[in-house]
Design a protein around this ligand. Structure first.
Ligand code: SF4
Length: 399
C-alpha cells in the first residue's frame, strides 16, 4: 500500500500491521508523519498540557559484569572507581529531591555479582519507611534477572519479594532493541528479549508501574525496530486485557557513543547513532504505531532542548523529568549537556515555549499540580526539609 494511504488509515485510528508500519516508517513523508503524530497525541492525552516528573536517578552501584558495548558507566568488580552507595548517601539524595518537590526516585545500577536479595529488600524497606511519600521505581528487567541468577530463584519470586519490600515500579531500562540478533551483537551477556518481556509481564500482573523503552542507533535495521515495537504493543494488549495495568509510557532515545565505550571506539562507529531528524521521525512513527500507549516522552538529556521541544508537537506529550541526577547517559557523549540537570523553572520555560501548560505528574501520570500561570524562579526554587537521617549512624557503603 502507498505510504500516504497508510498514514491516512493511521490518522483515522486504524491499527497498522507490522508490514504497513514498516512501509510508513521507511517511506512516509517526514512532515506529514509529524503532523499526524501530533493530532493523535492531542486526541489521546490532554491537548493543553505537557506533563513532567520531578525525580532523580540514583545509581546505587556501578559494578557490573555484563560489558555492554555502548556503556561508559560500569566498572568491573574490584576496580578502583567501583562503588556501592549506602543509606546515608542515598538518603541525602532523596532529601535533596524532596526539597525540589520531587515525588519519585529511579534507582538503577549495574549487575553486581555479590549483592544478595536481602541488600535490595533492606534498602527498599528503609527508603519506604523513611520517605513514604516517594515512589520507588527501581531496577530493570536485567537487574531482576541478575538477582534471580545470584539467588537461584525465579524472576517472579524476586519481583514478589521486592514488591513486598516497597518496590512500586519497574522501569523499562535495558530494552534497547528487543531483537535477539541485535542484542547478541551489542550486549551478548544481557537479558534476552523474551526474558525482558517476561519480567515486565510479571511486574504488570503485580500492579506495578512499568515503562517501555527503545534506543535506536546500534546499527539495527528498520525491520528490527518495528519488530521491537510490535513486541511492546503485543504485551501492552495482553496486559491491559488481563489486568488493566500495562506500560504507563513509551520512551525512546538515540545511542550515545563516546571514546569511553567500545562502540564509540569501533571502526564501525559511522554506522551507529542517529541524527535529530531520525529521532523526530521515529518519535512520530512510535506515536502512530503504538496505538495502545497513552504517553510518549521526549528525551531532552540525549537530544537537547530544541529537538525535545520539537518532539512535543510531533507525538510526545511528556517532557520526562528534571533528572536532578543522571550518571549513565552523561558518562557518554550526550549531544548537549555533559551533566543533564534541569531546574523546574527551566523545564517550565521549555514547555511554555512549545505552546503548552506545564503540569507536574507522578509516575502513574496522575497530575500532582497544574501550572496555569507562569511562576518565577524563586517561587519554583527548592525548599530544604529537615533531615530524617540518623546522623549518629555510620554510613554503610562498600564496593
Ligand atoms: S548498560 Fe547496564 S548491564 Fe550493560 S554494562 Fe552498563 S551497567 Fe552493565
Amino acid at each position: 500500500m502507498n505510504p500516504n494511504d497508510i498514514l491516512k488509515k493511521a490518522a483515522n485510528g486504524e491499527r497498522l500491521t507490522p508490514a504497513a508500519g514498516l512501509e510508513l516508517y521507511a517511506e512516509g513523508d517526514h512532515e506529514a508523519m509529524l503532523a499526524v503524530a501530533h493530532q493523535l497525541r492531542l486526541q489521546r492525552t490532554d491537548p493543553a498540557v505537557v506533563t513532567y516528573l520531578v525525580d532523580r536517578n540514583i545509581n546505587y552501584t556501578n559494578v557490573c559484569t555484563t560489558d555492554c558495548q555502548f556503556c561508559s558507566f560500569y566498572r568491573i568488580p574490584g576496580h578502583s572507581e567501583s562503588y556501592v552507595l549506602g543509606k546515608h548517601e542515598i538518603g541525602a539524595k532523596v532529601e535533596e529531591l524532596l526539597a525540589w518537590g520531587g515525588t519519585r526516585i529511579l534507582m538503577q545500577g549495574g549487575h553486581h555479582p555479590d549483592l544478595r536479595i536481602e541488600w535490595y529488600e533492606e534498602m527498599l524497606r528503609w527508603l519506604k519507611s523513611t520517605y513514604p511519600e516517594i515512589e520507588l521505581d527501581c531496577f530493570s528487567p536485567s537487574e531482576i534477572e541478575n538477582i534471580a541468577h545470584i539467588e537461584n530463584m525465579s524472576m517472579e519470586t524476586v519481583l514478589e519479594r521486592l514488591h513486598e519490600a516497597g518496590l512500586d515500579g519497574l522501569p523499562g531500562g535495558g530494552a534497547e532493541i528487543l531483537d535477539d540478533d541485535v542484542r547478541k551483537r551489542i550486549s551478548p551477556k544481557k537479558t534476552e528479549t523474551e526474558v525482558w518481556l517476561h519480567a515486565m509481564r510479571i511486574a504488570q500482573r503485580l500492579g506495578m508501574v512499568t515503562s517501555a523503552t527503545m534506543v535506536i542507533g546500534f546499527g539495527e535495521t528498520l525491520e528490527q525496530r518495528v519488530a521491537s515495537l510490535t513486541r511492546l504493543r503485543d504485551l501492552q494488549d495482553e496486559s491491559l486485557a488481563a489486568h488493566g495495568n500495562g506500560f504507563t509510557a513509551f520512551i525512546m532515545w538515540t545511542a550515545q557513543l563516546s571514546e569511553t565505550n567500545s562502540m564509540g571506539r569501533s571502526r564501525h562507529r559511522h554506522k551507529y547513532g542517529a541524527n535529530f531528524d531520525e529521532y523526530l521521525h521515529t518519535n512520530a512513527f512510535t506515536r502512530i504505531y503504538l496505538d495502545n500507549f497513552s504517553n510518549l516522552q521526549a528525551s531532552w538529556p540525549t537530544q537537547g532542548l530544541d529537538t525535545a521541544r520539537r518532539a512535543l508537537t510531533a507525538g510526545a506529550n511528556d517532557f520526562g523529568s528534571t533528572m536532578l541526577e543522571e550518571n549513565v547517559v552523561s558518562q557518554a557523549a550526550a549531544y548537549t549537556e555533559r551533566e543533564p540537570r534541569m531546574s523546574v523553572h527551566r523545564l517550565h520555560e521549555q514547555i511554555r515555549q512549545a505552546g503548552f501548560v506545564p503540569a507536574q505528574r507522578d509516575s502513574r501520570y496522575c497530575i500532582v499540580r497544574n501550572f496555569d500561570h507562569a511562576m518565577s524562579q524563586e517561587e519554583l526554587a527548592p525548599r530544604p526539609i529537615p533531615t530524617r537521617l540518623d546522623v549518629t549512624q555510620a554510613p554503610v557503603a562498600s564496593s
